[in-house]
Design a binder for this molecule. Structure first.
Ligand code: ADP
Length: 164
């Protein structure tokens, strides 16, 4: 049984994340999307909102499961879930440098767990959750980069922010 964990903060889920999930799901028997709180980044969505959005967006992919990941080492979460693989996406050289360090450290912590990288598709390789939030704040159109349900909730949130 090949089970992989795809950990991320998904604040919010973008089309780039979703494509990586779709492609990753074809490589493994089961892919678990671990939604966690990244303490280095301020969060726009609550954990409950992020979980709901990711679950809705992957509902049509039968071998994908979505969980709230506790604040702990990723390899420890993977071990507990019985996942021998970690899945991560790489958009650029910048991601590569960062992801390589994490991969080396995870290998040191648990050599049994292999990290698998997927290169971002070119139409999504320049997008990140933070860039999308920034553009949306200034009324830029980012609809093409977000799953429908995520876009809707972002527009609602923006409405709330503008009312304050
Ligand atoms: P983290 O806070 O762990 O970086 P993110 O939600 O930002 O969480 O990203 C989760 C994973 O998805 C990372 O491996 C990241 O490189 C990948 N990723 C982010 N944006 C994209 C994209 N546009 N295309 C492909 N992969 C992406």
């Amino acid at each position: 049984m090949k089970r992989a964990l795809f950990p991320g903060s998904f604040d919010p889920l973008t089309m780039g994340h979703l494509e990586t999930i779709r492609r990753g799901a074809k490589l493994f028997d089961e892919l678990i999307v671990g939604v966690f709180v990244n303490s280095n980044k301020s969060s726009l969505f609550t954990m409950e909102e992020k979980l709901m959005l990711v679950k809705e967006a992957v509902a049509d992919i039968s071998n994908v499961r979505v969980i709230a990941q506790e604040t702990e080492l990723t390899v420890v979460a993977a071990e507990r879930l019985g996942a021998n693989f970690l899945l991560r996406g790489i958009r650029s050289i910048k991601d590569y440098e960062y992801e390589r360090e994490i991969m080396e450290m995870n290998q040191h912590l648990n050599p049994e767990i292999e990290t698998v990288f997927l290169l971002a598709q070119s139409q999504y390789s320049h997008i990140s959750s933070s860039l999308i939030k920034e553009v949306l704040l200034f009324d830029g159109n980012v609809q093409a980069y977000l799953p429908k349900n995520v876009y809707q909730m972002m527009m609602e949130k923006k409405g709330e922010i503008n009312e304050k």
